[in-house]
Write a protein that binds this ligand. Sequence first.
Ligand code: C5P
Length: 356
Amino acid sequence: MSRQASAAALAAQKPYTDLFDLTDEAEMGHIELSRAADLVVVAPATANLMAKMAGGHADDLASTLLMATDKPVLIAPAMNVRMWEHPATKRNLAQLLADGIRTVGPNDGGMACGEFGPGRMAEPDEIIHAIAAQFGQGALTGRHILITSGPTHEPIDPVRYIANRSSGAQGAAMAMACRDLGATVTFITGPATVPPPHGVDVIKVETAAQMAQAVTEALPADAAIFAAAVADWRVDQSAAQKIKKTADGAPPALSFVENPDILAKVAQMKAGRPALVVGFAAETENLVDHARAKLARKGCDWIVANDVSPETCIMGGAHNAVTLVTKDGADAWPRLSKHETATRLAARLAEALERG
Ligand code: C5P
């Protein structure tokens, strides 16, 4: 069966392929075709098609339709990881977003070309959720979700700081998953290596104190997800000038103070507490026991616990194996990509908010 015949059979519709097919033009011209739907979905959106869209090219049916349409356009990018990370694609994506084009994905994962990384097309059900969200029917439409992500940097002096190895990957994936279900997302991020997603309100901070302040200002929210790896301590008085080595080689005596526990503060709010407060627990032993203790100590509703022992390659890696600990018990999920973990969590979140 030809590709055209397969598409026709699956869609139970006539597929259109050629711009200047006179029979088609008589039946339905490309202008009419571009207006017939409520939404134009491009899946897969290749690097080449994105470049054409960004440049305003109209040299075949697809690009002409995209230029002629007066309807919203949703693209599901799909390409090799190097192509996705190429400066030209980044430029084109920025232009498309500025033009009001919406995106779903891409995901991290194995690709047809055998490489691994971002560039894999969003799964069909994610694309369907994203389409529903365009019509105000996403499972999180009308919800405000606050997410913290990434590490914090606590200054020692103007050039040195205390940090941790968090990449911000899980928080960014959570933000994308909530966005794709139609939520308004406030994404408060420390200096992460993974870039913040598009289509969310990004607030960049450096320190735990700044993160705490940004969270207070971003409330109220329907749910708050604390995926940041916040430094537990900061240097009491960071030096105004670079600390110099002393002649006798004695190291500086740093004294530390505890940072505000942002999760605990929000979870224990008397008024205006988000309906669902979710924390993360990175542990290297006794995962569930520690997570249960953390749930009680912090007063949150869920703890997403993961084993970050070096041999798991979770910290800084693309995968995660989490146990969701709630008041009702502990549910161990299989090893999934951070993106799939986020998609599942966002769906659970939507169900919980719906139940009220
Ligand atoms: O106590 P611990 O750092 O293990 O708790 C981890 C959880 O608490 C994470 O959800 C993290 O984002 C949050 N947290 C926070 N503020 C802190 C420390 C941790 O929000 N100062």
